[in-house]
Design a protein around this ligand. Structure first.
Ligand code: 3EB
Length: 322
């Protein structure tokens, strides 16, 4: 069994074309990378057993008996002019409905983690910011597919890139995610309506169980305390506040985990930075807090609130204690 058989899919980040992987689920994050020797990099999901590629209603996916990873990318233009829904809202609802149909049909009914990328996330269109349109469509799909819209919801991130399709990657399993919330923050699914007509739908973090291994997902995390953005205009302070939030999630994980405690140093991070001028400032704080060996991919992307300058997500994995 080669590692290639066990590949579940890849994320291609940077300015490059993704077609080195013609047969895999590929999520393209077409956004500038920072601090690397190359303009483009690939991250891979590797399963525990051989997998095969399949496709169902436009979703390409692979599963290894424990998890399914899939990617769906769609052009919103196909949804223009449907009733009073905006194209992005209708596209988001359609994507999520297709994901639910697929994971239910394949027997991996528990969504663990989603990566949502879309063009111009902060632009106003049809009288509503595009991220807020996305939230409406996402929530309609959860409700339409009889999924809880709060509490037991997946970890996620949602970012904007310059242009391109709505791109959603998902990881789902056969066991329920243990969702975690952050005591410093109002749960996103309880944000007040000043952030849009329908709330974002994700948990702050989650623990997922494989046969001998636990996965720890930290959703996109930003400089939000309660439900408000703090330190507008100050990327250094926003990065510090983001780590205060991530540290709070580590403490929550420790209560629910079946493994040894997770530490900041061992996690893998992806840092989304709005302005290229700020990369250095963000990296300085990251290295101060996580250490000089920090495993971080820095990407330029738009955060879903205009006043947020940075958002950081993370992942870890431990053996489960017997
Ligand atoms: C926040 O805390 C920042 O809509 O799926 C972070 C993670 C954010 C996920 C999503 C949004 C999402 O509200 C934004």
């Amino acid at each position: 069994m080669s590692a290639n058989d066990r590949l579940l899919g890849v994320t291609v980040i940077g300015n490059c074309s993704a077609n080195d992987w013609p047969d895999l689920p590929v999520q393209t994050l077409a956004a500038p990378l920072w601090g690397r020797a190359t303009e483009c990099m690939t991250e891979a999901w590797i399963g525990l057993a051989p997998a095969e590629t399949r496709e169902l209603s436009g979703v390409r996916f692979r599963s290894d008996g424990n998890v399914v990873y899939g990617v769906i990318e769609i052009d919103e233009a196909a949804f223009s002019g449907r009733g009073d829904e905006t194209p992005l809202q209708a596209a988001a609802e359609d994507v999520y409905r297709r994901i639910f149909r697929l994971i239910d049909g394949e027997g991996y009914p528990y969504l663990w983690r989603l990566w949502n990328y879309m063009g111009a996330i902060n632009a106003d269109e049809h009288g509503l910011e595009r991220y807020r349109q996305f939230n409406v469509g996402r929530q309609q799909a959860f409700e339409g597919c009889d999924r809880p819209a709060e509490g037991n919801v997946p970890a996620a991130c949602a970012l904007g890139v310059a242009a391109g399709p709505l791109s959603v990657a998902f990881l789902a399993g056969r066991t329920a995610l243990v969702p975690l919330e952050n005591p410093r923050q109002v749960s996103a699914y309880h944000y007040p309506s000043e952030y849009g007509p329908r709330s974002p739908l994700f948990s702050r973090a989650g623990l997922a169980r494989l046969p001998e291994q636990e996965l720890f997902f930290i959703s996109g995390t930003a400089s939000i305390v309660g439900h408000r953005t703090v330190h507008p205009g100050d990327v250094t302070a926003q990065t510090r506040e983001t780590f205060a939030n991530i540290s709070a999630l580590l403490a929550e994980a420790e209560k629910a985990s079946r493994s040894a405690p997770y530490s900041l140093r061992e996690l893998s991070y992806r840092a989304y930075v709005r302005h290229a001028d700020d990369f250095e400032r963000v990296a300085r704080v990251v290295e101060e807090i996580v250490g000089p060996e920090a495993n971080v991919v820095y990407v330029q992307a738009d955060i879903c609130r205009s006043d947020l300058l940075v958002e950081i997500e993370a992942m870890g994995s431990h053996r489960i204690k017997r």
